[in-house]
Design a protein around this ligand. Structure first.
Ligand SMILES: [Zn+2]
Length: 249
């Protein structure tokens, strides 16, 4: 069952300069219809942005083009928005959950700890939750750890969905931040979200420098990637030219 790699939002970081990056969203065909991992920005973020979103777009030099919204991409691929039956979120930041209102019928799977952070933010990185992303009343399915493991990570499997999909808590960026593992033909795709540096550049900077913003998992994930070539790790944000190469893989 194919997994499509889509870019849900384009921006540039202050450093390195002029290096545009995208937000990784995965669209997988499952036994229960289409499943989307992270949503990027939604139509309302382009058409009626909140103050928070406007500031975010300015700081990040965002590309202001609603055609990038995942719902538009899904339609261009020949699907209907309601074909997206499940959405799995690494976390609830505005650039990962912004497209939720474009799929109001979808079941939304998230780690309960992340939902609690949305209700009661405690860290500075728990400010960028954009309330309108959740105003339509998503059909939440919230998960706690139940003693299961994916490899040697504590994890929880989404019930009944094939190929297998696992939420793998990697807290630090936000309190309930997760990676999402999707079973592929010969192995796994592991979307690590914002627990790894942009473009999975493990050696981009000393771990201590970025640990406060992405959490403590980089050494473990780096070793895990080396030990398990059958698992393909992806960061939540990748260079734009990476998405171009993905189209020809
Ligand atoms: Zn984030």
């Amino acid at each position: 069952m194919p997994i499509h790699v889509l870019n849900g939002f384009s921006k540039s970081l202050p450093w390195p300069p002029h290096q545009p990056i995208g937000a990784v969203c995965l669209l997988a065909e499952t036994n229960q219809g289409l499943l989307l991992v992270d949503t990027g920005l939604g139509l309302q973020d382009y058409e009626k942005p909140t103050r928070m979103m406007r500031d975010f777009m300015n700081v990040m030099h965002a590309v202001r083009d609603p055609e990038i919204a995942i719902v538009r991409q899904v339609v261009r691929m020949g699907y209907k928005p309601e074909d997206v039956r499940h959405i799995v979120l690494t976390h609830l930041h505005l650039d990962h959950a912004g497209g939720l209102p474009d799929f109001p019928q979808a079941q939304v799977h998230a780690y309960r700890r992340e939902y609690q952070a949305l209700q009661h933010p405690r860290k500075i990185l728990e400010i960028p939750y954009n309330k309108p992303d959740f105003a339509h009343g998503p059909r939440w399915h919230l998960y706690d750890l139940q003693g299961e493991c994916w490899y040697d990570f504590d994890a929880v499997r989404l019930p009944g969905i094939l190929p297998e999909v696992w939420l793998v808590p990697l807290p630090g960026h936000t309190s309930g931040h997760c990676g999402v593992a999707l079973q592929t033909g010969g192995g796994w795709l592991f979307q690590c979200g914002d627990s790894v540096p942009v473009n999975l550049q493990f050696d981009f900077a000393p771990v201590l420098l970025y640990r406060p913003t992405i959490g403590p998992h980089v050494p473990r994930l780096k070793a895990f990637a080396e030990a398990h070539p059958e698992v393909r790790l992806i960061a939540g944000h990748m260079w734009l030219d990476w998405f171009e190469k993905e189209k020809t893989r």
